[in-house]
Write a protein that binds this ligand. Structure first.
Ligand SMILES: [Zn+2]
Length: 578
């Protein structure tokens, strides 16, 4: 366990921007840094880092936090591992705490425990995959070699295997076991699991830790051929890539990854020497998976199934990858999936298919010609309309020209006609950044409220002064008042405060801290006055209405009082001049 002083040193690590630069290209903008968000797909930068506040905030997806939380999120690590990673990078000594002074968050503890249980289950399943089982016969029938079985640590969950009994122990409680996604322990201690009589394919995270399983039925073709672990603390389908722990270094070395759809495809590709192959987890490629690949390499080869679902997956993957600037090539082959293709043409044949891979535009164009046909002028015009937007996206003029040339030739149309279509549209105006306009949109009162929240969360002394100054006059919006209350109750500022607040409030506050960072704390009084003025104006409106009704009902004394108050308020407002 890490010592508190190591954690404190990492929290205070001065070069937050430097660490973030490993993941995001940041440009200085005023006091802050700005870049394309690594947590969601965007074309206009809204990921903002405040070196002064040591915080980041994305105006697009509201991701926010400090350096440690950034590393947790981007590397999919627990708190302690993230602290260690930063410490190693920053040359901070990693000290371990004595036992009585342990700092392990409850979530990290559960995480580690779950990893241990899953690793143990993996070993048990492995041992059950003996040559006499149906599962083994299936694996061999698919020509998976014993080396591959060992490399991917395949296993079997026999029908009658008492997994619950094998795993439950003093440390492994039913409650914990239920969190693994392996199955559930019932009231009477019986363990039920939907993985029984299935081939077990362990799923590892990038660092080779077991996080879940894919399980394949053995009774031939059925609807749910594979089932995956349900989503758990460790198993998040959208962030994992099957085979990445084995493929990672080769992906880096080749600066390229081959992306396939199925577990079996990955296993066979590796078996034939294409070790830089991974699969998304039975779903369309997510932007998180794409970002993960982008951090390892610049090129993705798609070798998806040659059916309609596979074609749709190519479209989706292309759009996600090209959005973040990763080059995409499509591999075409004549079998239903890469595993089958390898069995029919071998490694050499696959190598040729890789060399003959095409750009997405070519792939799309060939698909259109194949499905629509070029038999009539209507068809040709339909193909042109579909392909032109893709050609427009091609940033390189020479490449664009090349496509225009070859496409117009195939379609039998004039090059100039197609070129004119490709270049006629102007550039789309960049979307206005959210926080440039929101500031202008907000009334001065709401803006003042944000400043007040910024001051409240920045410094305890200023906080006390503000509370005194505002007295009974609360902030203006409901959410502002709630946040202010939470800040004051928490009795902390900055990072400690963010960690204590509920998610939504924490995000809002992180935004405010980043957005107003650099604002001088001395200005707190100014913004208090704006808030006080808001309440005066509200009171003036109230009094005017009251006075009107009193005039008609003839309440002399009260009317006098109200008039006096109104006069003094109006006078005060003019004096204050806000
Ligand atoms: Zn974002």
């Amino acid at each position: 366990m890490l010592s508190q002083s190591t954690i404190v040193a990492v929290r205070a690590y001065p070069d937050m921007v430097g660490v973030l630069q490993d993941y995001v290209t940041l440009r200085k903008r005023g006091r802050n840094y700005l870049g394309l968000c690594p947590f969601h797909t965007e074309k206009t930068p809204s990921f903002t880092v405040s070196p002064e506040k040591q915080l980041y905030y994305c105006f697009g997806c509201q991701a926010s936090g400090d350096l440690i939380s950034f590393i947790q999120r981007i590397e999919h690590l627990g708190f302690q591992e993230s602290v260690e990673l930063i410490a190693r990078r920053g040359g901070i000594a990693i000290e371990m705490a004595p036992d009585h002074d342990r700092v392990q968050r409850p979530e990290d503890k559960v995480r580690t425990a779950l990893q241990d249980i899953l690793a143990q289950a993996r070993r048990l399943f492995s041992a059950k995959l003996t040559p006499d089982t149906e599962a083994y016969k299936y694996v061999i029938s698919r020509e998976i070699s014993p080396e591959s079985i060992a490399r991917f640590e395949l296993g079997y969950f026999p029908m009658t295997f008492q997994l619950g009994e094998a795993l439950l122990s003093h440390e492994v409680t039913p409650e914990l076991l239920n969190k693994t996604g392996l199955g559930t322990v019932g009231d009477r201690g019986a363990f039920s699991s939907s993985f029984r009589d299935r081939l077990m394919v362990p799923i590892f995270d990038e660092r080779g830790r077991t996080v879940g399983f894919g399980a394949r039925r053995l009774d031939g073709e059925s609807i749910a051929k594979y089932i995956n672990s349900e989503e758990t603390l460790l198993f998040n389908k959208g962030t994992l890539l099957f085979g990445l722990h084995l493929a990672k270094s080769e992906i880096k070395r080749q600066d390229a990854v081959i992306l396939v759809e199925g577990y079996l495809d990955v296993i066979m590709m590796h078996q034939y020497g294409f070790v830089n192959t991974v699969a998304s987890m039975g779903t369309a490629l997510t932007s998180e998976q794409a970002q993960r690949l982008k951090r390892l390499c610049g090129h993705v080869f798609l070798a998806f199934d040659q059916d309609n679902a596979g074609l749709a997956a190519v479209d989706r993957a292309y759009s996600v990858l090209s959005d973040i600037g990763v080059g995409v090539r499509v591999i075409r082959f004549s079998s239903k999936d890469p595993a089958d293709y390898l069995l029919s043409v071998g490694g050499e044949g696959m190598r040729t298919a890789l060399e003959d891979s095409v750009s997405y535009v070519s792939f799309k164009f060939d698909e259109l010609v194949r499905t629509i046909g070029v038999g009539s002028i209507q068809n040709v015009s339909k193909i042109v309309d579909t392909i032109v937007p893709f050609l427009k996206q091609e940033p390189d003029t020479i490449v664009r020209h090349h496509y225009v040339k070859s496409i117009s030739k195939t379609l039998g149309i004039e090059q100039d006609v197609l070129m004119a279509k490709v270049s006629d549209l102007g550039y789309a105006l960049p979307r206005k950044r959210l926080f440039q306009t929101s500031q202008q949109r907000q009334s001065k009162y709401v803006l003042a409220e944000e400043y007040i929240l910024f001051f409240l969360a920045s410094n305890r002394e200023v906080q006390a002064s503000i509370l005194y100054r505002l007295g009974d006059s609360p902030l203006i919006t409901e959410s502002g008042r709630e946040l202010a209350d939470a800040i004051v109750r928490a009795e902390h500022v900055h990072h400690d405060l963010l960690a204590m607040l509920p998610e939504e409030q924490s995000q809002r506050l992180a935004q405010i801290l980043v957005q107003y960072s650099g604002e001088s704390l001395e200005n707190w009084e100014l913004y208090c006055d704006v808030i006080l003025q808001y309440h005066r104006e509200a009171r003036i409106r109230e009094l005017k209405a009251e006075i009107q009704s009193m005039e008609s009902s003839g309440q002399g004394h009260e009317l006098e009082q109200a008039l006096a108050e109104l006069q003094s308020l109006i006078h005060y407002s003019e004096e204050a001049g806000v």
